[in-house]
Write a protein that binds this ligand. Structure first.
Ligand code: PLP
Length: 413
């Protein structure tokens, strides 16, 4: 299947990667928590990683393995670990791979909850430099002798800054740093993180992967590009003969088994169904977003539009190169100063005011008073977030209906 297109591979992946003995098209949802073996010796071998199998479903189950096989294949990776949420995947990576006194370089433009997690990590003694990832010089300047990793999102929300992903990849390769990319905004159909030398990708499966706002999930994929023998925090237990598996093994053991944020088998099955239409949904929402952003850019009640697909966006050219003409489904706007954003949002009928993104439905949210409220004014300013900013996550609706909804709301303010 490797040489077939993205969606062909996807809709046939259950049968090719997870074949069933009864001819089932979908992998089964297996709810068993415990697993029996023919004798204790075999059970012990599975426990010690000498034989493949499951021992307890907090650590692994056939439903999770099946989804992991599909996700690793889609990203051209060597393996994947699934989690209960995207935040569980993020926290597991850093908690399982870092120690006190070590240093990481992290994007200043982050999903609010991820930023909040890094502040917790600082409380445990990990040193973090928050830098402007659109500018490679600020990444380079942050390097210290004890730097272990660089972490960035691809297109940050809500302001849509695009990281200089290729330049950061070269920098990480040169200094043997682990390069971790949160690829939630630009799943591999849009952006191949491996092409910029990413070591690990993290994605919230809740967003574009599952796509329908009915299930939570997260995943970490190892691209196979990083040489884990350069990473000195790997426990001797996990230093097996296959160096390539060291990182994911530790993430699985420390980050999943010990922390326990396991994806339920039912959620794994639901995500795999949503996944089948991901490419179609992303294509449609990207087209819709470009159309809406262009409409809003020309509107006299809108002061600014932040969307990498608009040619005056500061990273438009980088984005065009990286994402092949689809700039994703997220953008933000500032309304003209004399317009009350909350009043405007209250006039919307079709567009839903809710937090979430990557859904089939178009969503709008005032960000400073909600998801970035805890960050406070000063930190928001550093992230480029204005107090009256509204974020849109564009869905797959018939776009004329969404334009009409915005137009009637503008007419009332
Ligand atoms: C939503 C999101 C997350 C967290 O994912 P959950 O599944 O909601 O925990 C992480 N990173 C980005 C960029 C996100 O948009």
């Amino acid at each position: 299947m490797k040489n077939k297109g993205f969606t062909t591979r996807l809709v046939h992946s259950d049968r090719t990667l997870n074949p069933s003995s009864d001819g089932a098209i979908h992998f089964p949802t297996s709810n068993s928590v415990l697993f029996e073996y023919k004798d204790v010796n075999e059970l012990v071998a599975v426990f010690q990683g000498k034989k493949v199998g499951h021992v307890y479903s907090r650590s692994s189950s056939s439903s999770n393995t099946a989804l992991q096989n599909i996700l690793a294949e889609l990203e051209n990776g060597i393996g994947a670990v699934t989690f209960a949420t995207g935040m569980a995947a993020i926290s597991a990576v850093f908690l399982s791979l870092l120690k006190q006194e070590q240093h990481i370089i992290v994007s200043r433009y982050l999903f609010g909850n991820t930023r909040s997690f890094f502040e917790t990590l600082q409380n445990f003694g990990v040193n973090i430099s928050f830098v402007d990832v659109t500018d490679i010089n600020s990444v380079v300047k942050a390097l210290q002798p004890n730097t272990k990793m660089v972490f960035t999102e691809t297109i940050a929300n809500p302001v849509t800054q695009v990281a200089d992903l290729a330049a950061i990849g070269k920098f990480c390769a040169k200094h043997k740093l682990l390069y971790v990319i949160d690829n939630t905004m630009t799943p591999s159909i849009l952006f191949d993180a491996k092409s910029v030398n990413a070591s690990l990708t993290i994605s919230s499966l809740t967003k574009y992967f599952a796509g329908h706002g009915n299930v939570l999930g997260g995943v970490v994929v190892d691209t196979g590009l990083y040489d884990w023998s350069n990473f000195d925090n790997i426990s001797t237990h996990y230093k097996t003969s296959d160096t390539a598996q060291w990182g994911l093994t530790q993430i699985k053991k420390k980050g999943l088994r010990d922390l326990g944020a396991t994806l339920s088998p039912k959620a794994a099955s639901e995500i795999s169904i949503g996944l089948e239409t991901m490419a179609l949904r992303i294509e449609r929402s990207g087209k819709n977003a470009l159309r809406l952003a262009t409409y809003l850019h020309a509107h006299d009640k809108v002061k600014n539009v932040y969307y990498p697909g608009i040619s005056d966006h500061p990273q438009h050219y980088i984005a065009r190169e990286l994402f092949g003409g689809n700039y994703g489904g997220i953008f933000s706007i500032d309304l003209e100063d004399n317009i009350d954003g909350h009043e405007f949002l209250n006039h919307l009928n079709t567009i839903i005011c809710a937090t979430h993104l990557g859904d089939t439905r178009t969503l709008a949210l005032p960000v400073a008073t909600t998801i970035f409220y805890e960050n406070g004014h000063e930190q928001r300013e550093l992230m480029g977030i204005n107090d009256n900013m509204i974020r849109f996550s564009v869905g797959i609706e018939d776009i004329d209906d969404i334009v009409e909804d915005l137009e009637q709301a503008f007419n009332k303010v």
